[in-house]
Ligand binder design. Structure first.
Ligand SMILES: Nc1ncnc2c1ncn2[C@@H]1O[C@H](COP(=O)(O)OP(=O)(O)OP(=O)(O)O)[C@@H](O)[C@H]1O
Ligand SMILES: [Mg+2]
Length: 251
């Protein structure tokens, strides 16, 4: 299968001149689960936001984002969503006065086959208890993440970028989330999954490692996980304080 998403030499500099992405190249093939690994601050969320065209991230400093054969740089989030590209943010928003049911119906508006209650059950939430709750601060962080995942299942986009959707969700459910990702893939959604968890990365078809604003390697997930654990977690560029601790321990 060809690439559904192509990121070409993507650079992003903040207004203050800080270089966050330094020429990212990444292909996400149609029908795959592609995991993006990288230490805190590597630029994963920045890349995710640029791919989705989130507020303030519509236009990269340089480079191209090609989705489904079309250059999408500069297009706002809602236009990319209409094309079938969706993001789950690392910190999903809360909405005053909107119930879970209304929120999921909105997500499902272009997918007449969506079964809202079933999507909730699949993420481990009982529809009886959650359909009429509000998507506001009364939900816990983990509940909000689960609802976001249900929303994406209701939407069934061509490509979903999931930015740490598993963080804040109990470890016991992690294998279930992995299985959900596989179901979503098998039902036609290509996934770009940002995670810090090895057992999620393990279920990927391919993985990429982002380090200091660049993709350093793409390939077999097991190989990328090893590289991440061996090289990134003790890397001076990303974790100077951690490296200091490791050195102190070694002395
Ligand atoms: N608007 C901004 N102005 C200045 N620096 C920024 C801005 N946005 C992000 N950064 C910095 O850019 C770097 C990359 O941030 P980003 O959120 O993309 O990292 P990440 O890989 O998603 O990290 P994490 O694993 O912690 O979520 C960080 O050092 C962050 O502090
Ligand atoms: Mg992030």
């Amino acid at each position: 299968m060809g690439a559904l998403l192509e990121v070409r030499n993507l650079k992003y500099r903040t207004e203050e001149g800080k270089e966050i992405l330094k020429g990212v190249n990444l292909d996400v093939k149609e029908g795959e689960i592609h995991v993006l690994l990288g230490p805190n601050g590597a630029g994963k969320s920045t890349l995710a936001n640029l791919i989705a065209g989130a507020g303030g991230y519509e236009e990269p400093t340089e480079g191209e984002i090609i989705f489904d054969g079309k250059v999408i740089n500069g297009k706002p989030l809602y236009e990319r969503a209409k094309m079938g590209l969706t993001i789950a943010f690392q910190e999903p928003a809360r909405f005053e006065g909107i119930t879970v049911e209304e929120y999921l119906k909105l997500s499902a508006r272009n997918n007449p086959d969506a079964d809202i209650e079933e999507c909730l059950r699949k993420v481990g939430l009982d529809p009886c208890h959650y359909l009429h709750r509000f998507v506001d601060d009364s939900l816990s962080g983990g509940e909000r993440k689960r609802i976001e995942l249900a929303s994406i299942m209701c939407m069934k986009p061509k490509l979903a970028v999931l930015d740490e959707i598993d963080s804040g969700i109990d470890f016991v459910s992690i294998d279930e989330i992995g299985n959900l990702f596989k179901t979503m893939r098998d039902e036609g959604t290509t996934l770009l999954v940002i995670t810090h968890r090895e057992n999620i990365a393990n279920i990927a078809d391919r993985a990429s490692l982002l380090c200091d604003g660049q993709i350093v390697e793409t390939g077999d997930p097991r190989k990328i996980i090893k590289k991440f654990e061996k090289e990134c977690l003790v890397c001076e560029v990303q974790n100077p304080s951690l490296v200091k601790e490791v050195k102190v321990q070694n002395n």
